[in-house]
Design a protein around this ligand. Structure first.
Ligand code: NAG
Ligand code: NAG
Ligand code: NAG
Ligand code: NAG
Ligand code: NAG
Length: 487
């Protein structure tokens, strides 16, 4: 991709910047990038060139980025020109000129494809940018590309699936300053934890889902995956808010958005006075393992920072809550998926496929490309069989709501908790069914160097206090290490 001349220029740039006070682009924070822009040592074009080169080199190993935006360099040049002209002075925010990667289910009305990893959607044309992308562009961010397309035959991403790994792997490997992911049940929290980066899963409705290839509007949410809590909060600030194309949920959730935005909650003392619950059933690591020792130490650290940490709390019906076969999700989700996906497909300006039925037929016709042997498409077949939200779906949704009301919501109220802490994405289903938010922060590295995270979860609208706790925890532990790649 980069021509030899460009590669030489990039190499020179890296050398030049490496000399400057240990500033390393691939780990650079949004704040230090803005500092570089303002003090003249860095331009947006430099940054984009650096990342394009890094993507082309690391991609052979990581396959993390599938498409780069041919318009990224011109966008960066425009951002540089705007900054120099001073014309947009007032409008220049933290993300101005900053390259972002978007998960491949977030629509962009540009040269990039939006496929959610399915060849069936390659060449489909969206009417407009997704709501979150419009906000990012308004903030002056540069759309750098989209993380790995992988086959979509297995249907909705499962918590443990590598399908969603593109964005966090790219973030972890320093292939973009910031990235955006989406979560239905774990797809931000899990890969962020496993890549030693920070993921924010916002309250459902806080960020617009318009133009995002859906699984279920009841649970889908868009959020940042970045190196640091501060970077993720910069992105959150840029993407939250009302969107007429996702009107009711974004209107409803906009009451949670604090005046002055979320950056004010980055407080070093943010753990002080917080009541943090540790629900039973999640930290089942044998004594003496790295995880067990690290998490025990983290709880002590939080206590030392002034938090009240309450252990051994029981979430009522936890085993049912975590069991998607029995909690109601298995009935509600397929029907919601079919309805919302068909609606997305029918709204496209052009598409090779216009319905779930046509995607199923496409997969049958392209079994090799879609890895049908490994994945099958049971989830799609089950969804195609549904006929809308009927009596059994309504009953399932009301069971989910009841489980949540008697489960985590009741526990948090009874103990006046500001958050619960759990490992990685272990609690994601409990949060997912009620649209609740969470932030995962790097918490350690296991035996083979595999990272793990600590997740702060709370009730809808708890982002301000979750940010306080996550930021204070991050600042006092500083667990994340710059990744090294084996040859
Ligand atoms: C300019 O910004 C860069 C990048 O943030 C930083 O490393 C460097 O120290 C800054 N130089 C001055 C003189 O402030
Ligand atoms: C989008 O997909 C088409 C069809 O495969 C391809 O030709 C094009 O290069 C893709 N766009 C980008 C930016 O990679
Ligand atoms: C782990 O250690 C703690 C305290 O040392 C002890 O109370 C507990 O029983 C041990 N658990 C197991 C599973 O060995
Ligand atoms: C679809 O529904 C029919 C009739 O209820 C049933 O026999 C079939 O097993 C279902 N298929 C799937 C994949 O669920
Ligand atoms: C939760 O468990 C209690 C008993 O512990 C039971 O009475 C109740 O029906 C359960 N709630 C749901 C929604 O399953």
């Amino acid at each position: 991709m980069p021509r030899p001349l460009l590669a030489v220029a990039v190499a020179a740039l890296v050398l030049a910047l490496a000399g400057a006070h240990g500033f390393r682009i691939e780990e650079a924070s949004v704040d230090s990038i803005q500092l570089g822009f303002n003090n003249g040592s860095l331009t947006s074009v430099d940054l984009v060139r650096f990342y394009l080169d890094r993507i082309s080199r690391l991609n052979r190993l990581l396959h993390a980025v599938i498409e780069v935006n041919p318009d990224a360099l011109p966008q960066a040049a425009r951002a540089d020109a705007e900054r120099c002209s001073g014309r947009h002075r007032r409008a220049i925010g933290a993300l101005h000129g900053v390259p972002v990667l978007l998960k491949d289910n977030i629509a962009t009305r540009d040269a990039l494809n939006t496929t959610a990893g399915s060849f069936a959607l390659l060449g489909s044309v969206v009417r407009r940018d997704a709501g979150v992308v419009r906000r990012l562009r308004r903030a002056g961010a540069v759309v750098l590309g989209k993380p790995a397309r992988q086959t979509w035959t297995s249907g909705p991403t499962s918590a443990a699936s590598p399908v969603a790994a593109g964005a966090p792997a790219a973030a972890g490997a320093g292939m973009a300053a910031v990235t955006l992911g989406t979560e239905t049940d774990g797809s931000i929290l899990c890969p962020a934890s496993l890549n030693s980066v920070v993921g924010i899963k916002p309250t459902v409705g806080l960020t617009s889902r318009a133009g995002v290839i859906p699984i279920t509007p009841r649970q889908d949410t868009v959020g940042p995956i970045c190196h640091t809590v501060a970077d993720a909060v910069h992105v959150l600030d840029a993407i939250v808010g009302y969107d007429a194309r996702d009107a009711t949920p974004t209107m409803e959730a906009s009451k949670y958005i604090p005046h002055g935005g979320y950056m004010q909650f980055l407080k070093k003392g943010g753990l002080g006075g917080k009541r943090i619950g540790v629900p039973s059933g999640f930290f089942n690591f044998p004594n003496g393992t790295v995880q067990q020792m690290a998490y025990a130490q983290h709880l002590n650290t939080m206590r030392k920072q002034g938090a009240v940490v309450i252990e051994n709390l029981d979430i009522e019906n936890l085993s049912v809550l975590l069991d998607s076969q029995n909690n109601g999700q298995q009935i509600a989700l397929p029907a919601e998926f079919k309805l919302s996906l068909n609606s997305y497909l029918s709204n496209l300006l052009y598409s090779p496929v216009r319905s779930l039925a046509e995607i199923i037929a496409f997969n049958n016709a392209h079994p090799v490309e879609e890895n049908m042997k490994e994945n099958g498409q049971t989830v799609f077949l089950v969804a195609e069989n549904t006929t809308g939200i009927g009596a059994s779906e309504r009953e399932a949704i009301s069971q989910l709501n009841k489980l949540s009301a008697n489960g985590l919501k009741k526990l948090m109220r009874e103990h006046e908790l500001d958050a619960i802490v759990t490992p990685n994405n272990a609690v994601s289903s409990v949060l997912a069914i009620d649209g609740m938010p969470a932030i995962t922060v790097p918490a350690g590295y296991g035996k083979l160097g595999v990272p793990f995270g600590l997740c702060f979860g709370g009730l809808r609208g708890y982002e301000p206090r979750l940010i306080e706790m996550a930021y204070a925890f991050e600042q006092v532990t500083m667990v994340r290490k710059t990744p090294t790649f084996l040859p």
